[in-house]
Design a binder for this molecule. Structure first.
Ligand SMILES: Nc1nc2c(ncn2[C@@H]2O[C@H](COP(=O)(O)OP(=O)(O)O)[C@@H](O)[C@H]2O)c(=O)[nH]1
Ligand SMILES: [Mg+2]
Ligand SMILES: [Zn+2]
Ligand SMILES: [Zn+2]
Length: 277
């Protein structure tokens, strides 16, 4: 269940899991407007779900840190070009670094199939009626996909500009993709997503000559909800802007690796200290 949008999503596991937990998303009362559910009760349910999610997200984050993995959570409405961008990125980046992809959709494995065609390992997670990925699903996906140490892990979230904003997956950053065919007002209409993202990719700029899309206005709207948001204009179709995207990833990956080195040095120093005593 997602109390963000009030949907009554179903989610089930049909495999064993080594950690101790219950699976209560997907079950129980649903709907922000369910008669008989008080506002206070809804708030309590939402806090429980998000608190539960945050514990799994912290686990995922610790796993990523320990293995030097850069995890990026790609969020957008359906059709903005996430999979197209990931296919190109997988092809271009796999020679430089290990790359892996987790694909989230309600149904089908089309997107994971598209990624695998590039030669990069991909795992499809189907959320059924669920409107977003959550950290628990990602934990299980990691057990199956086993991304290599120091890899770049792309997570394509379910196409939805609302709910994925509230669910931390343990990623280093959320990347919001907005395509120019969606209208420049979306950052103001769906502010939570743009506030949660570290980077906004404005995709399909190859189509700008055919549209009345005001780029400056869109950027202004995005900065109003998130003054620190970074921006890349890109076309996953023509390839414009891809180098900037790859540079951005390289910088974020470098930061992850530097933190990993610092942690190892601290461990080493502690061990040396122990030897001297
Ligand atoms: N013109 C143009 N079309 C694009 C671009 N990126 C994606 N598309 C098209 O947009 C549609 C949706 O793309 P897809 O990657 O499946 O979007 P997703 O739902 O966000 O994963 C497809 O028909 C793509 O070919 C782009 O940069 N320019
Ligand atoms: Mg897709
Ligand atoms: Zn939802
Ligand atoms: Zn589980």
């Amino acid at each position: 269940m997602c109390t963000v949008c009030g949907c009554g999503g179903e989610h089930s596991h049909d495999h064993d899991h080594p950690h101790d937990h219950d699976h209560h998303y997907g079950h129980g009362p649903a709907g922000a407007h369910v008669p008989g559910l008080s506002q206070a009760r809804m708030v309590k349910i939402e806090q429980d779900i998000l608190g539960h999610n945050n514990r799994y997200a912290a686990e995922n984050r610790a796993r990523f840190a320990a293995r030097g993995i850069l995890a990026l959570n790609l969020v957008s409405s359906p059709g903005s070009g996430k999979t197209t961008l990931l296919c190109r990125s997988a092809r271009d980046l796999a020679a430089r670094w290990p790359v892996a992809v987790i694909e989230g959709d309600q149904q089908t494995s089309f997107d994971a199939d598209r990624i695998r065609e590039t030669g990069v390992p991909a795992l499809q997670v189907n959320t059924g009626k669920g409107c977003h990925l959550d950290a628990h699903m990602i934990g299980h996906a990691l057990e199956e996909l086993r991304p290599a140490d120091q890899s770049v892990l792309f997570i394509e979230n379910v196409g939805n500009l609302v709910c994925p904003a509230g669910f931390d997956l343990g990623e280093a950053a959320k990347v919001v993709i907005l395509s120019v065919t969606e209208g420049e007002d979306k950052p103001l209409k769906y502010p939570d997503m743009f506030a949660a993202a570290g980077l906004m990719i404005l995709n399909k700029v190859d189509l700008l000559p055919h549209l009345a899309f005001d780029v400056e206005r869109c950027v202004d709207f995005a900065r109003r909800v998130n003054p620190g948001i970074e921006l890349i204009r890109l076309s996953a179709g023509s390839g414009e802007g891809l180098e900037q995207w790859y540079d951005w990833i390289a910088r974020r990956r470098q930061a992850v690796l530097e933190r990993r080195v610092a942690a190892l040095e601290a461990e080493l120093a502690a061990a040396r200290h122990g030897l001297q005593e």
